[in-house]
Design a protein around this ligand. Structure first.
Ligand code: ZN
Length: 144
């Protein structure tokens, strides 16, 4: 028996599915051929590691945990949105009231508006940075 012929029978040999006669032929070749012994060894290793592979499903508790985690993220995002819209409305209204109040000096108006727009710009730059980070980190909660 040649090596090329043996390869066909190796997996059957490993699973002990060969008829007695073929099994003896394979055994005979294996006794004298290190190349086919190596192939058989690789096959055996592949077989054991496939058998030992276990697919674990997340438990019910883990699923519930994951779902509440996702819900938490969604409601946090909605909370940010409401906060930003509210802040914009309040500052627009306050700004309008402040600018139309004739009892306040122009210089004071300029100082206050400069301060507010500076803080606002800082706030929005931090906010947009955090949003970009959380977007690129979307699957953070999946692998735990
Ligand atoms: Zn061989």
């Amino acid at each position: 028996m040649r090596c090329e012929d043996l390869e066909v029978y190796l997996s059957g040999y490993l699973d002990k599915e060969l008829p007695q006669q073929q099994r003896q032929k394979v055994q005979l070749h294996l006794d004298s051929c290190s190349t086919c012994n190596e192939i058989l060894d690789q096959l055996r290793r592949a077989k054991t590691s496939t058998e030992q592979m276990v697919f674990e499903m997340p438990s019910g508790e883990e699923w519930a945990d994951l779902q509440s985690h996702i819900l938490g993220r969604a409601s946090r995002r909605a909370g940010w949105l409401v906060l930003v819209v509210w802040g914009a409305m309040v500052s627009l209204y306050g700004g309008y009231w402040y600018a139309s109040n004739s009892e306040v000096y122009l210089l004071e108006k300029l100082v206050v508006f400069g301060l507010i727009s500076g803080i606002g710009l800082l706030f929005f730059s931090v906010l947009s940075e955090r949003l970009r980070e959380s977007r690129s980190d979307r699957y953070k909660g999946v692998h735990r």
